[in-house]
Write a protein that binds this ligand. Sequence first.
Ligand SMILES: *[C@@H]1O[C@H](CO)[C@@H](O)[C@H](O)[C@H]1NC(C)=O
Ligand SMILES: *[C@@H]1O[C@H](CO)[C@@H](O)[C@H](O)[C@H]1NC(C)=O
Length: 381
Amino acid sequence: MGSPRWKRICLLFLVGLTFSIIFYGHYYSRNSPGSPRTAFRLLQQETLGLAQAEIPQNARSHGLTRESIMKSLCPRSLKSKVKIDPMFGKQFDFDIPVLMWKLLFNPETWDRLKERNVPYGWRGLSHAVITSTVQLLNDSDYSRLFSKIGFPDSCIRCAVVGNGGILNGSRQGKEIDAHDFVFRLNGAVIKGFEEDVGTKTSFYGFTVNTMKNSLIAYAEYGFTQVPQAKETQYIFIPSDIRDYVMLKSAMLGIPVPEGYDKGDKPQKYFGPAASAGKFKLLHPEFVYYLTERFLKSELINTQFGHLYMPSTGALMLLTALHTCDQVSAYGFITQNYKTFSDHYYEHEKKPLVFYANHDMLLEAELWKSLHQVGIMKLYQR
Ligand SMILES: *[C@@H]1O[C@H](CO)[C@@H](O)[C@H](O)[C@H]1NC(C)=O
Ligand SMILES: *[C@@H]1O[C@H](CO)[C@@H](O)[C@H](O)[C@H]1NC(C)=O
């Protein structure tokens, strides 16, 4: 059945050649003073990437934009590992939107999401607040964490840095900062721990509740401010109406006008120069999908089930796994977590506390499996 093997190989070669010519033209017209050698290297990688990934699905379904071609160029992308894994191949859906923004918001979205509780939907939340917030996320920059244009080897490498005690004395800082993007979350103390955790923060993930709690609980360890570097962008996890209200105020640059955080100045958290373009919002549907497919805990069936959701760290790591080509996780829970303190910045060892709202052991299993099959690298010691 089907065409003979040599025919398929010829076809693939032709398709590869065509793509290369398109790409070469693009590259050359954009970078005419650039060195032809770089272009040649890119060309070689492109052909290689295509041959391994066969014909990329997104080239077929979305048309041949430069970016969609670039997406499939990373030869050792985690996507290629996912694809061949019998279990994770069924769990991952790389087409699901990660971020909520204006174009994804319509009456059907509202009707669907108003049936689900936060963080998976908008049940009981004000239509006016949700609408006015999402309307502000009004261009395609809000639909993605980063653009792939400008990454010559087209493999986007991300480090996600949890706050686990395993990082104390780890000396991973240089390696972490060497990634294209570094994700951090909640009480991400940097000062005094640069050698262990690095300094770069491309994305800071949080809920308003976890951010404010971290500023209180970890102030004594030096967490007096969330990262505010020029390149830092903020990923809001929509766990409560507070997150929408704070996001809207931050984008408008005004004090929070209502609700639990009324009077709070967003500048206090995100810095005086935080422009609207720095803020992103996880899609409630994405949080639902992650929970259903990857972290469906038994805790959901207990009396605290309504409080359960994946941890902030888990949501950030899974976000990276759905947006980056290569992912390394640092400071996440490992099998030997009892050897380490709760956080890397504690002066004396404190045990990791398990709360009813997260399932850290289930998360530990997931990180271990993703590491074992080579989809991501989990820092362990
Ligand atoms: C998005 O909204 C902002 C603020 O209302 C406005 O300045 C900007 O022009 C809008 N952008 C687009 C693409 O509509
Ligand atoms: C973390 O490292 C610091 C400095 O090396 C050390 O003083 C402290 O005791 C360590 N904390 C724990 C919990 O091991």
